[in-house]
Design a protein around this ligand. Structure first.
Ligand SMILES: *[C@@H]1O[C@H](CO)[C@@H](O)[C@H](O)[C@H]1NC(C)=O
Ligand SMILES: *[C@@H]1O[C@H](CO)[C@@H](O)[C@H](O)[C@H]1NC(C)=O
Ligand SMILES: *[C@@H]1O[C@H](CO)[C@@H](O)[C@H](O)[C@H]1NC(C)=O
Length: 574
């Protein structure tokens, strides 16, 4: 090597190093104990900051540095952390809240659905057919056309049939699911691939809808859906990655900065898919710095030992973006498919009490083992009986395995018998609930349970709060839209479209409680309260600027627009 170059390079290096403390004030400051406070990158002032932190619930200013909240308070207090590089944002009196945490999503399923035919909101048969027709144009011959979100109630109730779309889809199998996910329409090409004919028998727990003459119409209900769904190729790795990125952009546009992903698991679907999503999608995105939303992952409970082994090696935070939540199982089915488990039978099916979908001994064994290995457990329970069974199970597991901070979760906790709401608070069980589901269920619950029973026990958010339960809000996206501001409004107003009055007015909650359920309580519900959930010094600077000009206005209108979403102190939307 040329000696002269080496010498001059060394001199340049020495000069560069020795000039650092003089040129970089941050470096310089670190040597001065009196100036040891970090410098703010960003100061927000003149706002109405709702922190979700009871030690200082409202403030007008905050300072952000290195992706974290540094200070919250009045302007002169946070301004102490400014220097010449600090940016300042005048909020003009607007409301700021912590980034929302959606406590229950199926993130990659939702993203995949965004890439498919969107039938949500379609209110005419012609539009339904039109959207499929458009999809045919952009789909290769022989490839599946997939989609969902249709609701026949919007066009008067007629159920769709394969005959609506067979003419326009002679070369493509089609599968489009109803908004609630318990019914779907296949065209004749798809029926043929699935081997469904005049002679097929209904599988257990499902129905193949037929015409009066016995011919399948194309509609499949509950477990019969699997006949077609099992024929659909699993999305490619690229599709699943794209799905996650699209889902993240949508979440940010709605003010969501953290999601709890319950995976793509539903009873009968392979548990491996959640693990493949973890490695192919989330770990891939993290290693290429493509994560935009923090995710807390739950895995199918039958794979508890795999998660237990992994967390022993890695801990619960893989990075600032990916956290391990715990494991999930199912106690019962759903109200829409008459499979949620109740003490009394369904009014429209007098012999049906619903289903216990996981063998009780198996569920107990898995819960004991998961809990013993330190994992958090979340179990889906919708009917009143299912909720009591799981509370009993949790009690038994807690007394067997001994005291610890375990925060058992019940997902949905939708219908609760008298006395049950208080048990959540007393027994320290998290109620992970989805306000927007009540918009669809208010009508059907009356029909399926009877009006009185439905009003006594459905979506008892205020009763849960009165009993000191930790209540976490979520959407169940893509079953309902990912939209915390909508969920907050629904929890406050409980007014389904076309309803004049609230459904069960005594269960309406305050704006403060609704925002907390989407922020700090949601963070506690998945053990992330040290990192997120409130605008508190030391936590990630994840927050949302709303259009509302005062807390009173926000409370009165129960709505606002998302103006900007920040993650780690950086604007991520728009
Ligand atoms: C601003 O906040 C600081 C710290 O909380 C406090 O000491 C000070 O009195 C406040 N100033 C005003 C004008 O309220
Ligand atoms: C199924 O039934 C329909 C109506 O009875 C009939 O027109 C059709 O030919 C039958 N298809 C087969 C494959 O048997
Ligand atoms: C769960 O079942 C397995 C296999 O039958 C058994 O070895 C284990 O001891 C059971 N665990 C508990 C906690 O009952």
């Amino acid at each position: 090597m040329n000696l002269r170059i080496l010498v001059s390079a060394s001199i340049a290096l020495i000069l560069a190093i020795s000039s650092l403390p003089l040129l970089d004030p941050k470096y310089f400051i670190s040597w001065k104990p009196s100036l040891s406070s970090p410098v703010a990158d960003l100061i927000l002032r003149n706002g109405l900051i709702y922190t979700s932190d009871d030690s200082l619930l409202f403030a007008d200013s905050m300072a952000v540095g290195d992706g974290r909240v540094l200070r919250v308070g009045n302007y002169s207090f946070v301004q102490e952390l400014a220097d010449y590089r600090t940016e300042e944002l005048d909020l003009g009196g607007k409301v700021v809240v912590p980034g929302f945490i959606d406590s229950h999503v199926h993130f990659i399923s939702g993203g995949l659905q965004m890439m498919q035919v969107e039938l949500r909101g379609v209110d005419k048969k012609e539009d339904f057919v039109g959207r499929i027709k458009d999809a045919v144009k952009s789909t290769k011959e022989g490839s599946w056309i997939l989609g969902g979100g249709w609701n026949n109630d919007l066009w008067g109730g007629d159920l769709p049939a394969a005959s609506w779309i067979d003419d326009i889809t002679p070369k493509n199998p089609v599968w489009i699911s109803r908004m609630d996910g318990h019914m779907g329409l296949a065209n004749s090409v798809a029926l043929k691939l699935a081997g469904i004919t005049n002679l097929s028998e209904d599988p257990r727990g499902g129905t193949i809808m037929r015409t009066a003459s016995g011919e399948p119409t194309g509609l499949l209900i509950d477990s019969a859906m699997k006949l077609v769904v099992s024929q659909i190729p699993e999305g490619s790795v690229d599709d699943r990655r794209e799905a996650m990125l699209r889902a993240s952009s949508l979440a940010l546009a709605r003010g969501v900065t953290t999601v709890v992903d319950l995976g793509r698991y539903f009873p009968g679907l392979s548990a491996d898919i959640s693990w493949e999503d973890f490695s192919d999608v989330y770990q891939w995105a993290d290693s290429f710095s493509k994560m935009k939303v923090r995710v807390c992952l739950f895995f199918p409970m039958e794979t508890w030992s795999r998660l237990a082994d992994l967390t022993k090696k890695t801990g619960y935070a893989l990075s600032q973006w990916i956290y391990f939540g715990g494991v999930k199982a199912f106690a019962d089915g759903s109200l829409g498919s008459n499979s949620a488990l109740f003490y009394e039978p369904y009014v429209d099916e007098p012999h049906n009490y619903g289903l216990q979908v996981t063998e009780p001994e198996v569920l107990l064994n898995m819960t004991l083992e998961s809990d013993l290995s330190g994992l958090q457990v979340a179990i889906h329970a919708i009917g009143d009986r299912a909720n009591d069974l799981i509370l009993d199970l949790y009690n038994l597991v807690a007394s067997t395995n001994g005291m610890r901070d375990r925060r058992f979760r019940i997902e949905h906790a939708q219908h609760l018998a008298s006395g049950t709401p208080d048990r959540f608070g007393k027994e320290g069980v998290v109620a992970s609930v989805q306000p927007d589901h009540l918009l669809d269920d208010a009508n059907s619950a009356g029909r399926k349970l009877g009006k009185d029973r439905a009003e006594k026990e459905s979506y008892l958010f205020q009763s849960l709060l009165n009993g000191n339960a930790l209540v976490a809000f979520g959407s169940d996206w893509p079953v309902a839209d990912i939209n915390p501001l909508s969920g907050i409004k629904t929890a406050m107003r409980r007014r389904p479209p076309t309803w004049e009055k609230a459904w069960i007015p005594s269960e309406c909650v305050s704006l403060d409680d609704a925002v907390k359920a989407y922020t700090i309580s949601a963070a506690r519900a998945c053990f992330l309260e040290k990192h997120v959930g409130s605008i508190s010094p030391g936590k990630f600077a994840d927050f949302v600027i709303l259009s509302a000009k005062s807390w009173e206005q926000f409370a009165e209108e129960a709505s606002a627009d998302i103006e900007a979403t920040y993650v780690s102190g950086v604007q991520a939307y728009p």
